[in-house]
Design a protein around this ligand. Structure first.
Ligand code: PMP
Length: 555
């Protein structure tokens, strides 16, 4: 095994072509690794080589190319199995990712084994992928769900867990590492306790394997799920490992080719493990690409990588903790290199947008952990997630860019205050700006100075759905039958867009509005190019709601 020099992110970085990209004219600082990781060149090349030299369908071919593809595909399974300490590769089932792996267990094991009133334990901080499939199952079979809470410091509440175990749960679905907080939970211990209490345990390892190696033979869970794309491999591939004795009892959950032994109209018999769970043509190049990613990791010193990630995390914390209004979410006593935080006075979406303009990619929102965010009383957080290829100066730039945002808002408060009475001037500034930076500044000033909706109007009936942020639209006509709408949002950029739209529509008759192309207003300002697609969908939802009101104002 060749080890790279320890703590050598510069060298690791060179293996990842995408990291030298520029975004909005700035060098990319990619801190969204918990969403997906970048891929080393060897992964891209393995996929490309497969298509150039070995592409054929697997398992059922009767020619040399198919045999070659099958060998590569099954070798990929063995590579992953060896890496995870599994001595029986047939117990490693390819899936599209963690989500599909958990659904497989819920649909196959769960439907078959759980009965009405059986108890399923879920974890407060789990990703929706480890919540919703169990809710769907519980609805089908009439099972009950209870939740293992977190302590205020972010650690799992072990006492509460032990009390819940006394209720004899049938299934315990755990997260190895929280994707929203970064906390690493003591799943080996939790699984041991769970199994001693007679439960089957499943661990969602999506956020764990990108940071450290595990040995599944000694781990103690019954099922372990993970995704390739978070593990420096391709999208659309992942796996489920399960104990043979459980997998053998489980019926297939999807039918089709590849998973059968014999089919006739009087009945079908199924193939052995793992194929009975792999209906249809699999993601062959995905498996091969993922194996290349694992081989890449095996050639590195993972302990040095982990050490570097922890240094990055600590450095980011040191730099950011100096910032006014910076507050970390609770993260427990052990965590991976993930910083989940809020910036007081700023909506997360505005912060993420600001950072993006400076080339820094982070994630803002609920991170598919809505029950967790609700329990923390937050709509979401900002999440900077580091991989071994990130550099210390990138952590510094994150902090310095956040600082610039804080400073710019301190100065702009005065500007916004002075200009509040002359918001037409601000609107003019948006339209006359010659570049996006100037336009963005003007938009942020508008977003800050737009008078807010009174709380009494921030009701559910005025909430628009389909937006990442909370948006309210109060549609109304004045005495003369002209539009007099009000609106508000909790993200500044959306408040600004609402202000522009209201400026354009209020005072029009509904008929005049319907002959106005509101989308063109945004296109004229080139706004859509700079918004994330989900933010763009939010704006589209606002326009649709305004138009629906104009079509039927009394409806
Ligand atoms: N679990 C966790 C902890 C995750 O972070 C994610 C991805 N964000 C998932 C499950 C779902 O993974 P995938 O979308 O790859 O199926």
């Amino acid at each position: 095994m060749t080890h790279s020099r320890p703590s050598d992110p510069v060298r690791w970085r060179r293996d990842f072509p995408l990291l030298s990209q520029r975004v909005h004219g700035q060098p990319l600082i990619y801190l969204d690794n918990a969403a997906t990781t970048q891929k080393p060149r060897v992964v891209v090349e393995a996929i490309s080589r497969f298509y150039k030299t070995s592409n054929a369908n697997v398992h059922r071919g009767s020619h040399a190319l198919s045999a070659q593809a099958t060998t590569a595909f099954e070798q990929a399974r063995t590579t992953l199995a060896n890496w995870l300490g599994i001595d029986d590769p047939a117990c490693l089932i390819w899936t599209r990712g963690t989500t599909e792996a958990i659904n497989l267990v819920a649909q196959s094991w769960g439907r078959n084994q759980l009965r009405a009133d059986d108890l399923i334990l879920l974890q407060q901080s789990s990703h929706h992928a480890n919540i919703v499939p169990w809710q769907m199952l519980a609805e089908t079979v009439g099972a009950r769900i209870e939740v293992i809470p977190l302590q205020p410091d972010g650690d799992l509440d072990l006492e509460a867990y032990q009390l819940l175990l006394q209720k004899r749960p049938k299934l315990i679905a755990l997260s190895h590492v929280s994707n929203a907080l970064g906390t690493r939970y003591p799943v080996e211990q939790l699984c041991r306790l769970g199994r001693d209490a007679g439960a089957v345990t499943l661990v969602d390892g999506a956020q764990a394997l990108p940071h450290f190696d595990i040995d599944l033979t000694r781990f103690g869970c019954d099922f372990y799920a993970f995704s390739g794309h978070k593990l420096f491999g391709p999208s659309g591939i992942g796996a489920l490992w399960g104990r043979r004795e459980l997998l053998e009892q489980m019926p297939p959950w999807q039918g089709g080719g590849e998973m059968i032994r014999d089919v006739s109209f009087s009945g079908t018999t199924y193939a052995d493990l793992p194929f009975r769970f792999e209906a249809g043509t699999p993601n062959i190049e995905g498996a091969i690409g993922l194996a290349a990613a694992i081989e890449y990791l095996q050639q590195q010193d993972r302990t040095a990588m982990e050490r570097h990630e922890q240094t990055l995390l600590q450095h980011a914390r040191d730099c950011c903790s100096q910032l006014k209004g910076f507050r970390e979410l609770p993260f427990g006593s052990d965590r991976v290199s993930l910083l989940s935080f809020e910036l007081e006075g700023f909506h997360q979406q505005d912060v993420a947008h600001w950072l993006d303009r400076h080339g820094i990619a982070i994630r803002a929102g609920h991170h598919c952990a809505m029950p967790l965010m609700r329990s923390l009383g937050l709509p979401g957080s900002l999440r900077a997630s580091f991989a071994f290829y990130n550099r210390l100066d990138e952590a510094e730039q994150l902090a310095s860019c956040l600082d610039q945002l804080i400073q710019s808002q301190t100065t702009s408060t005065t500007v916004a205050f002075i200009e509040q009475k002359t918001s037409q001037n601000l609107i003019k500034r948006v339209y006359s700006a010659t570049d996006w930076n100037a336009r963005y500044q003007a938009l942020m000033h508008i977003g800050q100075s737009l008078p807010g909706l009174p709380d009494a109007l921030k009701q559910d009936c005025y909430r628009l759905h389909g937006c990442e942020s909370r948006v309210w639209l109060v549609p109304a006509l004045d005495d003369t039958g002209r539009l007099a709408c009000q609106a508000d949002a909790d993200a500044r950029i959306l408040r600004a867009l609402l202000a522009l739209l209201l400026d354009r529509i209020n005072g029009l008759t509904p008929a005049e509005l319907l002959s106005t192309d509101l989308g063109a207003v945004l296109d004229q300002l080139d706004i859509r190019r700079h918004l994330s697609p989900s933010r763009g969908n939010g704006v589209a939802a606002i326009i649709q709601a305004i138009e629906a009101f104009a079509r039927d104002p009394r409806g």
